[in-house]
Ligand binder design. Structure first.
Ligand SMILES: [Zn+2]
Length: 234
């Protein structure tokens, strides 16, 4: 039984190292993930603004064209006005000119509206473009910096996983599942020392009969309080 406990302790050592390695890996990778997210966010915002800008420029051009066409029509009608002698026709034509003028005024107002916020948008686009270029450089630098470390950590994790498998294969399956559950639920301490009649995992006083049995190492014992595997060092 002492051997079984030794295997569990070995497993626990490996599992703790694995946990640490995986935490380091995710914290190192986390910085790069953050930079990448920032970059993607800026890129999306830039795309949105650029699209908006293109739409507004297109509608401005359309308005400018309509305005120019309206001016031509007004000029033509005014020329015709000088040639007409019939009062009724004169009135009708004057009315047409007024309508065209109203339309042009409306288009002018629309045109002014398209200019609103244009400077701000241009400034924002410039700012985002610069931020993206800077972000790209930062990301590339960060990726390069951590690349070696990430590789090293991954290799180390793989190595630990292999030795973990070897040790775990020798542990009785039921005990192994129980160990895994306790390891995860008890912050990486599944095997605890029983010392001075107390479980060193949770500090609870053990029943004297149980404490005696643990010292004999005839079978695996668990702490009645924290469920950890208990062992004794003579
Ligand atoms: Zn305990």
């Amino acid at each position: 039984m002492r051997e079984e406990i030794n295997r569990l302790m070995e497993l626990q050592t490996i599992d703790r190292q694995l946990k640490e390695l995986e935490e380091s890996l995710s914290s190192i990778a986390g910085q790069v993930v953050l930079l990448r997210e920032q970059l993607e966010g800026n890129q999306q915002e830039l795309d949105r603004l650029t699209e908006q800008d293109a739409e507004i420029i297109a509608s401005r051009k359309k308005a400018e064209r309509e305005l120019a066409e309206g001016e031509v029509r007004i000029r033509n009608k005014r020329m015709r006005l000088t040639l007409i002698r019939n009062e009724k026709e004169l009135q009708a034509l004057s009315h047409e000119i007024e309508t065209l003028k109203d339309t042009n005024q409306r288009i002018e107002a629309e045109l002014l509206a398209t200019l609103e916020g244009a400077d701000e948008r241009t400034a924002k686009i410039k700012e985002l473009t610069q931020a993206i270029a800077k972000g790209r450089a930062e990301l590339a630098k960060a990726e390069k910096e951590i690349a070696a470390e990430v590789e090293q950590l991954k290799a180390s994790i793989e190595k630990h996983n292999r030795s973990r498998e070897q040790v775990a294969a020798a542990v009785e399956p039921n005990l192994l599942s129980r160990y895994k559950m306790i390891f995860n639920r008890r912050a990486g301490v599944a095997v605890a020392l029983a010392k001075g009649g107390t479980c060193q995992g949770c500090r609870m006083r053990l029943p004297p009969q149980l404490y005696n049995e643990i010292q004999k190492h005839l079978q695996i014992h668990f702490c009645p309080n924290c469920q950890r595997v208990l062992y004794y060092e003579g």
